[in-house]
Design a protein around this ligand. Structure first.
Ligand SMILES: CC[C@H](O)CC(=O)C(=O)O
Ligand SMILES: [Mn+2]
Length: 341
């Protein structure tokens, strides 16, 4: 197989998909999926808690299995793929990054809210010091103007990021908005440009193609759409579409289809589809990882999860503010009770 890839895909189901399975991945699941992805020649496989290293907590959701065990298991299974981790400064720590590097991780993706790139400086520098390929990951990119996004991307590049990602965490961006953002970064950065989509408005594939057209050379996918909210760009679909466009991903189409059908589909609690909840996430521009929390809060307070998500969107909540979900739910439920009196 020709090994030169036109587009480099990072498979995120074993990290972003952690949100969708309430962080309940087992060692056996990670082993079999990582092995299948490696065998299909996927170049990068991200493994961590959904909120990155150190995410296992009451606030973000407790992991069933220590993520270092999952990372170690994935590293042991792969022959050619590189294992990546996500780290959000303030949630994950430098010692955890060091531990992951010691286990054989090859790439660190340092994620911040789109307007807070400055908090990634130390972590990006440390990841480089550890010899890791390093990505700056600008989350909730729909919340910043293209000009602001460029300023933040430049910061990450100046800290040493090899690649800077535009991250559509809420699946809220429209194709022309993706194009505008990626094109601007492409014009002004020397780092590789990446794009991470969510499918809440059914635009993940279209947005990924728009990003590539504007110059992105790194993309993310989640197999069987196993990611937060409605999932990400579906990896096996992206491989098929890009193949039809004569864009070489290096990934074996039949093998990746089989991993999706035989290994990933059976572990989904419900099929990954655009439910009204995930649609509202994209429409309101709220973090996909807030979805399950909002559902729980809605059940607890007897209100519609959509009202919670729309209100969170109005308040422009950012990752790390999951505790606001219960506050908003309590407030809306109180308002509802007052109106009923
Ligand atoms: C809370 C971290 C988040 O899941 C990272 C990510 O994949 C995104 O922002 O889309
Ligand atoms: Mn994501």
């Amino acid at each position: 197989m020709n090994s030169k890839r036109d587009i480099v895909l990072t498979e995120v189901a074993l990290r972003d998909g952690s949100h969708a399975v309430r962080h309940q991945f087992t060692v056996d699941q990670v082993k079999s999926i990582a092995k299948g992805l490696d065998d299909a020649n996927v170049p990068y496989i991200e493994v961590s808690h959904g909120d990155g290293l150190g995410g296992s907590s009451m606030q973000y959701g407790l992991s069933l299995t220590n993520e270092m065990e999952l990372i170690e298991a994935a590293v042991a299974e792969v022959k050619q793929a590189k294992i990546a981790v996500l780290l959000i400064p303030g949630i994950g720590t430098m010692p955890q990054l060091k531990e992951a590097a010691g286990l054989g991780v090859k790439m660190a993706r340092v994620a911040t809210h789109v307007t807070e790139a400055d908090v990634s400086a130390q972590h990006i520098a440390y990841a480089k010091e550890l010899g890791l390929e390093t990505v700056g990951f600008l989350m909730m990119s729909h919340m910043a103007s293209p000009k602001k996004l460029l300023e933040q991307a430049k910061l990450m590049e100046s800290y040493g990021a090899d690649t800077v990602y535009v991250v559509d965490s809420a699946g809220a961006l429209l194709p022309h908005q993706v194009k505008e953002r990626i094109a601007l970064l492409k014009e002004h950065l020397t780092a590789n440009i990446g794009f991470h989509a969510h499918n809440n408005l059914s635009l993940a594939m279209a947005n990924t193609l728009a990003a590539m057209e504007a110059g992105a050379t790194r993309i993310d996918g989640s197999i069987r759409c196993l990611g937060a909210g409605a999932g990400n760009t579906q990896t096996e679909v992206a491989v098929a579409v890009l193949d039809k466009m004569n864009i070489h991903t290096g990934i074996d189409l039949y093998k990746i289809m089989d991993v999706a059908e035989d290994l990933v589909a059976p572990i989904l609690e419900t099929p990954q589809e655009i439910t009204r909840g995930s649609l509202v996430l994209g429409y309101a521009g709220v973090y996909s990882s807030f979805y399950l929390h909002a559902q729980k809060a809605a059940e607890r307070f007897g209100i519609d999860s959509r009202s919670i998500l729309i209100e969170l969107g109005k308040r422009e909540v950012v990752g790390g503010q999951e505790d606001m979900i219960m506050d908003v739910a309590a407030e809306l439920s109180k308002r509802k009770a007052e109106v009923a009196v």
